[in-house]
Design a protein around this ligand. Structure first.
Ligand SMILES: C[S@@+](CC[C@H](N)C(=O)[O-])C[C@H]1O[C@@H](n2cnc3c(N)ncnc32)[C@H](O)[C@@H]1O
Length: 398
């Protein structure tokens, strides 16, 4: 089996870079990246600046791409948003599942139907497992059910990159799905408990301890609209699904030493990244507060929030970087520069290092605020490189 890849929601190529850092054998045959409501497509341009374009459709809304025009591939990768995956029962006479327009899970599902990708590696926020708040676990349940219908088994894990040696406390759900008729699928005959704790894709890549009880549930995956309307389940941070039987438990990572932010900082950072006379404004933003507010309907209430670390500790890994990193927002990192002892923002290169990208990866012509934005969207590249090693073993064995 060839190590051919299709990268969806490619951003600036975190998955591709992570795979290629592991082996030159990975061959990305197609990618898709389109930022909604923007004329200038900075992420797509950055991706193309590194790897060139492939053929048509790489820079358009994935929902407009005819799925059978996508080249065949053996690994489908992508980081996609947590949205509402619910489905309504189709009208009598209509066939097939109609997901809501604009919900990107349905694009992934349609590609899997058209291309039958044997292996799939997806990334999403940790909240995916609990969404929506009003019907916890429904969305992930719908996703697992769709994958079961298409003949996939699934392993998942919530991974905090800092617990496995990275420089950022970024917690994300990774989902590995594989067709039941692959060698990997046929050979993995261990119990769900063993797969989750010892022998599966994530357990061997990101080792864990497992002391909690396992929970099991069977998904009625033949009736996804019915499942969507009633399903609720407390998915834990690790799990496995085969033929609709879901096993899950809370695992504890066997932690590795993280990289402190201090080790990722640049030297001799120019004046423009310093806070200057904005200190009071930032103190207020980051500090605890109680403010009287009036809602639209005239109701008065007290808005309150606790304080957060100010400045950010550089002896810890960075906090989760968001797309708003460059804006006036309390989640923006502010550090005390160890050379000058003055407060400053992180630089675009530091943002890249926090995500494990090469220095100046996004220095491809986009304005600085977009360099932070695309980094906030990206993933921690070394996490993918680790998974790549295991994926190589699996694909070589096919
Ligand atoms: C969470 S980010 C993934 C970033 C990527 N993993 C990286 O390393 O940069 C999701 C990406 O999907 C893109 N996107 C959103 N809607 C899209 C659509 N309808 N078609 C194609 N891409 C889309 C966004 O522009 C964003 O770059």
């Amino acid at each position: 089996m060839q190590k051919t890849v299709c990268e969806l929601f490619a951003g600036v190529g975190g998955f591709r870079l992570g795979l290629e850092k592991s082996s030159p054998e990975w061959n990305t045959v197609w990618f898709s990246q389109w930022e909604p409501n923007r004329t200038k497509q900075w992420a797509h341009d950055c991706y193309v600046a590194h790897w060139g374009d492939i053929n048509k459709y790489t820079g358009v809304d994935i929902s407009l791409v005819p799925k059978n025009s996508i080249p065949n591939h053996n690994l489908l990768v992508g980081g996609f948003p947590c949205q509402d995956y619910s489905v309504a029962r189709p009208l009598p006479g209509s066939s097939g599942l109609e997901g809501k327009k604009g919900v990107l899970w349905w694009q992934i599902r349609d590609i899997l139907v058209a291309k039958e990708s044997p292996f799939v590696l997806l990334e999403n926020v940790d909240r995916l497992l609990k969404s929506p708040a009003s019907q916890r676990g429904r969305d992930f349940g719908v996703m697992l059910a769709c994958l079961a219908v298409l003949g996939y088994s699934v392993e998942w894990r919530v991974i905090n990159a800092a617990e496995y040696g990275a420089g950022q406390r970024r917690r994300r759900t990774f989902i590995f799905a594989y067709k039941n008729d692959t060698c990997y699928g046929r050979q993995l005959i261990d119990s769900p408990q063993q797969i989750i704790a010892e022998t599966g894709f994530f357990a061997t890549t990101f080792p864990v301890q497992c002391k909690e009880i396992f929970k099991q549930i069977t998904l009625d995956y033949q009736d996804i609209p019915g499942l969507s309307s009633v399903f609720e389940f407390d998915f834990k941070n690790a799990g496995y699904m085969k033929d609709g039987v879901v096993s899950t438990t809370r695992v504890t990572p066997i932690q590795e030493e993280a990289i402190p932010l201090r080790a990722l900082l640049e030297q001799d950072v120019t004046e423009k990244y310093y806070l200057g006379n904005k200190l009071e404004k930032w103190k207020f933003l980051k500090g605890p507060k109680k403010i009287n507010r009036t809602s639209k309907d005239g109701h008065e209430y007290i808005f309150s929030e606790g304080g957060i670390a100010f400045p950010d500790s550089i002896d810890l890994p960075a906090r989760t970087m968001l797309t708003s990193e460059s804006s006036v927002n309390r989640s923006t990192h502010i550090i005390q520069d160890p050379q000058t002892k003055k407060l400053r923002f992180i630089t675009p290169i530091e943002a890249e290092r926090i995500q494990g990208f090469d220095d100046n990866w996004t220095n491809t012509g986009m304005p600085e605020k977009f360099r932070y934005f695309v980094m906030g969207n990206a993933l921690v590249v070394p996490m993918v490189t680790r998974m790549a090693r295991k994926l190589e073993e699996i694909i070589d064995n096919e």
